[in-house]
Structures are given as C-alpha cells and as structure tokens.
Write a protein that binds this ligand. Structure first.
Ligand code: UDP
Ligand code: MG
Length: 334
C-alpha cells in the first residue's frame, strides 16, 4: 500500500534521532584555504555515511569553520557552503589572529556534546573520528590522536619538534603529550574547562594537557597535506614555541635575552682564552685576565636574567591589558 517515499519518510519520522543522537562539533580553523574547504566537507560527509551506515547510530554534526583572516576566496566559499548545508557554520575573525586564537573562538561557539578540532588539509584523518567517538561514548572524556609516524614531516620539522618536546617537558610544571597535535576529541566538560581559561598567550597543547580528565590516546600515521601549502612557516612555529616572540611590546625586552646570551657565550670563550694565554705566556698586567673575565661574564649574565624577566613581564603586560583573544567580524549559520 505505502509507496517508497512514504516508507522513507516514516523511518525518518519514527527515529527519535534529534533527541538521542549526540551532537559532535568539528572546529576547523582556516587561513587561505579556498581549495581545501570543499574536499574537506566532502571527505567528512563520505566518512560519516560509510562509517555509520545506520542512521540511528550516526552522530549529528556541526562543522564550525573559523576564518582566521583569509585574504583569498575562502570566506566566499564558506558562505556558499553555509547557505547550502545547515551543519556548516562560519565564524569570521576580523584579521589573522593565529591558529590558537581561532581554535579558542571555535571552542567558545561550539555546542557539541563532543568537540574535535581538525585541520582542513585532511592531515587529521576523518577515519579516526569513528574510533574517537566510540571511545568517548564508552566514557573517555579526552581522546588524543598521536602521530606515531611523522615521516610526512621534513627531517628538520621532526627534529625541532622533538627538541621542543624535550625542552618543554623538562621545564614545564605539567608535561604535555608528545606528538599529539590539536586533533583530539573533548567531552563537553573538557570544553567548558577550556573555555574558562583566560590566558592571552595561548598555547593550546599546554592547556589541553593541563585540564586533565579521563584521557586515552589513539595512534595514527599523519598523511601529507591534501592541497595547498603549510601555513606554518618556521618563524611562526618558533613564535608559537617561545609564545609570541613578535609581540611588539615584549620584543624590546627580548633583545636583551638574545644579546645577553651572545655576550655570555663570548665572555666564556674569551675568559677561557685569557686564562690559557696567561698560563702559557705569563702575566702582562697583573689581575687583568681574571678581572676582565669576571666583568664580562657577570655583565652577560645580568643581561640574560634581565631578558628572562622581560619575557614574563611582557606576558603580564599583555594579560593586564585584557584585550580579547580575537575579534569576531561575522557569524554565519548560528
Ligand atoms: N591556520 C590558521 N591560522 C594560522 C595558521 C594556520 O587558521 O595562522 C590553519 C590552517 O588553515 C589549517 C590549520 O590551521 O587548517 C593547520 O595549518 P597547517 O596545515 O598549515 O599546519 P601544519 O599541518 O603544516 O602544521
Ligand atoms: Mg597541515
């Protein structure tokens, strides 16, 4: 009696999906990614259809793109997507605030029961969403995705990343997870915790590890970028690693760190030279060698410590100014 359309209509109506199916928010910061956006949405779509063949099991999706001040057609492409697909939303920032700030904007705006920051270049494989969401549904609150093979990165990036993790984990009060990027799944409770963080010098990997919660880690192999070029120049990575080296007000302070370390290094070398020369060829002016070595070494160390304090004072100044982390120019689809 019933025709196909009606049966399909009925199955749709009968499943109380809107109430029971969890909402998963994907947060995708984009900077000049006009060619990557559509392949990304298609990949997500395809993955969802194939990995959750049964509609009732399928989580609802919300894809929040954060346009981090793109100067190409990215915003136009995203607006087009928003118009045609209710799951797609856009937050447009007023300029390039950096990936860390863009992610914060997305986390704030997300409504999902679980939230996953993802890169648009498909280097965070969509296939991993299913296992991540499965772990989450069995009670894990934070699911990390660890790059167990970084052969898609250059030799230089791999070794500098390793050095960075070594350095930060020997200095930091709270260790950060190695080789885990921003691609992780957060339960709503963890997202609420992250949204409470008020620091302005944002370093997400540190914050993500700091909040705690029941955490598990999945391994994956990081693929090559699908389209376009990396938006992280070495300079940008370095800035992230030392947390904002280009901020105009902390840079003058920072000069002394650099100058101080160069001078102390030179002083140590020169001191060694003077001592050896004195031992080998005798004293030309009594006390000159030791005096010079002490003056230079202490001068260098003074500048170094001054600079180090400058690092912290610069951050305090930034925090005290209390400017917002980012400025939203426009929101579409919310
Ligand atoms: N990105 C951003 N703002 C920036 C730099 C990067 O929103 O200032 C975005 C970029 O569009 C991409 C993601 O952050 O979606 C990761 O960047 P990328 O793939 O260039 O980094 P990599 O994988 O090389 O570390
Ligand atoms: Mg990438």
């Amino acid at each position: 009696m019933r025709d196909r359309g009606m049966i399909e209509g009925l199955t749709f109506e009968a499943a109380p999906e809107a109430v029971t199916r969890p909402l998963v928010s994907l947060i995708v910061p984009v900077l000049n990614e006009q060619d990557a956006v559509i392949p990304f949405v298609q990949a997500i779509d395809g993955m969802v259809q194939s990995q959750w063949p049964v509609l009732e099991d399928r989580p609802r999706l919300e894809i929040i793109f954060v346009d981090d001040g793109s100067t190409d057609a990215t915003a136009a492409v995203l607006r087009g997507l928003c118009a045609g697909d209710k799951r797609v939303k856009l937050i447009q920032l007023s300029r390039n605030f950096g990936k860390e700030a863009a992610l914060s904007a997305g986390l704030k705006a997300s409504r999902g029961d679980a939230v996953v920051p993802m890169d648009v270049d498909l280097q965070d494989p969509p296939e991993l969403l299913r296992p991540m969401i499965d772990r989450w549904q069995s009670g894990v609150q934070v699911v990390n995705a660890r790059r167990c093979d970084r052969s898609s990165d250059t030799m230089f990036k791999r070794s500098s990343a390793q050095l960075f993790y070594k350095a930060i984990n020997s200095l930091a009060d709270h260790p950060i997870a190695e080789d885990v990027g921003d691609f992780r799944l957060f339960d709503r409770a963890a997202v609420d915790a992250l949204n409470q963080m008020t620091e302005h010098s944002r370093f997400n990997k540190g914050l993500f590890s700091w909040i705690g919660f029941r955490t598990e880690t999945l391994d994956y192999v990081r693929p090559q970028r699908a389209v376009g070029d990396t938006k992280w120049k070495f300079s940008k990575l370095l800035a992230l690693a030392v947390d904002g080296i280009v901020a105009s007000t902390t840079f003058p302070l920072r000069i002394w760190t650099i100058l101080g370390s160069v001078i102390s290094l030179l002083a140590f070398g020169y001191a060694g030279f003077l001592v050896i020369r004195t031992v080998l060829f005798g004293v030309d002016t009594p006390g000159y060698a030791s005096l010079m070595a002490a003056v230079l070494m202490l001068g260098g160390l003074n500048l170094l410590s001054l600079g180090l304090m400058g690092e912290y004072i610069g951050r305090i100044a930034k925090q005290v100014r209390g400017r917002p982390l980012y400025i939203v120019a426009d929101k579409v689809g919310f």
